[in-house]
Ligand binder design. Sequence first.
Ligand code: ZN
Length: 401
Amino acid sequence: MTESLVKEVFAKKGHDICQKCILMDGPFGVSINTNGLCNFCEDPTFETPTWKKTIISNSLRIEKREEWRNLVKYWKKEFGTERHCCVLGFSGGKDSTALLDTFVNEYHLKPFLVTVNVGFMTNVAKNNIKQALSKMGLEDDHIFIEDSFQTFTKLYKYFLSEFKPKSDEKCVSLSICHTCTDLIHTALVKEAMKRDLNYVVVGFSPDQIARYFYETFPKDTLEDGLPHPKAHIDNLDEDDLRWYLSSDTPLEKIPRVLYPYHVIDYDQSEIIQRIESKALIEIGKGDPVLTNCHVVMTGMMYDLYRFGGVSYSFQYAELVRQHEDPENWKQERKSWLRTMVRVAKGLLNGQLSKEGINMVLDRIGKSRQELISSIQQQVDQDPNKEQILRNIGLLRKGRLK
Ligand SMILES: [Zn+2]
């Protein structure tokens, strides 16, 4: 048998997607074994640069919850209701708004609020934030950070133009998301340092634990706060560097960064109900399966053309695996598979998140066609070229077995 025939036979017998979750054979370092299972379903400890499953033990969660409760007690005693006890990252979204409500109405504490606008916040969104704060009487306890616009633009431009990931590297959407989050958190940290506050609190949801659980230690906060990635440092000038930390920052000056939702009760429907009933924000009927970050959506489009897969499918796959009841599992798998195909089709035909993606491309001065052809050049050099193109074709047709 010639090699191409062998390949064809294997392709007929083998599965395109995991028979337990929905991960595809090929992209992001995942493959399907002869039993039809992906590496993650076969071995929960498996990891790739793009994804690893973080399991937090119950005892650690309980220990950290106690630590949080003690900290709240300490703040109440030391700072009361009038002095700022910490910096709270306030995006205006449901999670940080509910956390602010918890601080004010349950803990009776006053955080200093910082909103970092990476450059996509509409005036409507800004006004909503101002309105929510005026309702709580916190207008004077809040700032918008917006001067960092250019520094964020450079970061996005780097990842979408210069980065050029190899097949075994972290995908673009996740690389952008992590580095951008580092820069946002660094802005919060620097604001806290300026105000002599020893704590920064961020409303990460319980499933945002890929990198840190409950706390980022000063050593890591410093590292995340230095200009990176390495290849991007030359793109930065003095004006950009003021948004980063410098390597000689003493660790004892760096505030503790905490994620309380990792340890306290987090009930999404309760959160939505609570902030809607207080009319703090209006929750739109957004698509819950997608991020509303335009840059991450652009990164997902990049990843799809570059690797032949949907980078969000790791999240979908986790949700599928959670179901033990066979009937539920079957339904969930079907529905998440449909979602993955819908996302892929929408990104490939340019209809999904069209406006947001165009905004990002405008900002970095690239057309959609320019971006796609530069990705195609990378695919041409990739040893997995055939499989990447085959997977894109499968997603386009939506026929995955
Ligand atoms: Zn699987």
